[in-house]
Design a binder for this molecule. Structure first.
Ligand code: UGA
Length: 444
């Protein structure tokens, strides 16, 4: 956007890798952007004091993992706030970017004051982030909205200036801008709210998206029981502009480092505030049930699971990322291994990270390709919605499998096409199809 950025981390190895041009995670556009701006507009350091002194705004973007009772563990936020406080010599805007519960803003301010920083020297602003992994860069630069929670006009102005290239539309007219949905004539809106409202906007948005997913998953189960088609139902619902078509894809439940943790944290916040928000527990319940239901589906297709050879496509928590944190796919692989299956798994990007939690052994092999995962398998499972899986050569896949059975947890294929290609095809919330018999062959 044109700003000078210095990124601080206390992990020396991480900082050294970034300085050397390694992006550390699989994320579209990140390698190109880092290549273009490294040591020009962006640098990496472990020296937080120096970075604080030289910055007008300091974004806190540390992790807020799930604590033992579901609440967010804010110890990293506190540690970094203390360190920033000790380095402040002139006015700074401290920006909460990490996903945090309501009241965190006040706690950060209190931490600053306890560390002897005078209130005129800082403001704490809440600026939640709504990007998704896999499309992080374009989501960030083409947001639906920018939320700035600020209790002081001075601080709000600093954030408005930072985002001006986007809100004025100027960024989108640049030749080197990253493409996306915003444009010069349709720039994103920026809303200024109170700090507490901004904190709640973040948790409520994630919980609402998780609700949409759990809702359609529950509807998909109903469709299965009624022999209806959830894809048609979601289409019919989503065309209502009040509902909208996005985040209505049923599957094996949501995972990742955000929805599970944030729904739990929001539930915990509600409890602490004395609010009976049972809907949040229901969202979680449906989500976990969805994984177990999928395991049942596999069993229903294969009769027994012990010593079955299963091919697995996808280990990441969703397509286009190498992240396996709280991945429904790796969870299911674990469940299948516990049932005595032998698994050959393939993921275009997440196998290295998956191997850290599920090391290869006699029962689990990491395959070289999707076809290799399918080789001699009793069934092939699709657990992550990688775009590239939808363009697999179906007749080749059919030949590789011992039995042409595909159990698709992400509804990647058209059942009619699968039927024509000779598969028994089970998916989510849609009728199971069986191979079209070769009429010539049966009449002989
Ligand atoms: C999510 C939110 O979408 C972002 O807006 C938010 O900024 C981010 O969390 C965060 O708080 O940091 P992310 O976890 O990267 O982003 O991924 P999503 O695309 O939301 O997918 C989350 C999970 O839901 C995945 O397991 C995905 O497969 C599943 N999902 C998503 C469905 O099962 N069905 C859908 O229709 C959509």
């Amino acid at each position: 956007m044109g700003h000078d950025v210095v990124c601080v981390d206390n992990d020396e190895l991480k900082v050294a890798a970034l300085q050397g041009g390694d992006t550390l995670i699989f994320e579209n556009y990140l390698p190109e952007l880092l290549e273009r701006y490294r040591n020009i507009k962006i640098r990496f350091t472990t020296d937080l004091a120096e970075a604080t002194r030289n910055s007008e705004a300091i974004f806190i973007a540390v992790g807020t993992p799930q604590g033992e009772t579901g609440d967010a563990d804010l110890s990293y936020v506190e540690a970094v706030a203390c360190e920033i406080a000790r380095s402040i010599t002139s006015y700074k805007v401290v920006v909460e970017k990490s996903t945090v519960p309501v009241y965190t803003n006040e706690w950060i301010s209190r931490t600053f004051e306890r560390n002897g920083v005078s209130p005129e020297l800082f403001d704490v602003v809440s600026n939640p982030e709504f990007l998704r992994e896999g499309t992080a860069v374009s989501d960030f630069l083409h947001p639906d909205r920018i939320v700035v929670g600020a209790n002081s006009e001075r601080a709000a102005k600093v954030l408005q200036t930072i985002y001006r290239p986007l809100t004025s539309g100027e960024y989108y007219s640049r030749a080197a801008s990253i493409p996306g949905s915003c444009s010069m004539s349709e720039p994103p809106p920026l809303i200024v709210t109170s700090t507490k409202s901004a904190e709640i906007i973040k948790h409520a948005s994630n919980a609402f998206l998780a609700l949409k997913i759990s809702f359609i998953n529950a509807v998909s189960n109903l469709c299965e029981a009624a022999d209806a088609n959830v894809q048609q139902v979601a289409l019919g619902m989503g065309l209502d502009r009040r509902i909208g078509p996005r985040f209505l894809s049923p599957g094996i439940g949501y995972g990742g480092s955000c929805f599970p943790k944030d729904v739990a944290a929001f539930r915990s916040v509600a409890e602490q505030l004395g609010i009976d928000f049972q809907l949040l527990s229901e969202i979680e319940k449906i989500n976990l049930h969805q994984r177990k239901r999928f395991l049942k589906k596999v069993r229903s297709a294969l009769w027994t699971l012990r010593e079955k050879r299963i091919g697995v496509l996808g280990l990441a928590f969703k397509g286009e990322t190498d992240d396996v944190r709280d991945s429904p796919a790796t969870d299911l692989v674990q469940m299948l291994l516990a049932e005595g299956c032998t698994i050959a798994a393939f993921d275009p990007a997440a196998m290295k990270r998956a191997a850290d939690i599920l090391p290869a052994d006699a029962n689990l092999r990491y395959a070289d390709s999707a076809y290799d995962a399918a080789r001699d398998a009793d069934a092939l499972l699709i657990l992550t919605d990688w775009k590239e899986f939808s363009s697999l050569d179906l007749s080749k896949l059919n030949k590789m499998l011992r039995y042409p059975i595909i159990i698709d947890g992400r509804n990647m294929f058209d059942p009619q096409v699968m039927m024509k290609n000779g598969f028994t095809y089970l998916s989510i919330g849609r009728p199971t199809v069986y191979p079209l018999r070769d009429l010539d062959a049966t009449s002989k």
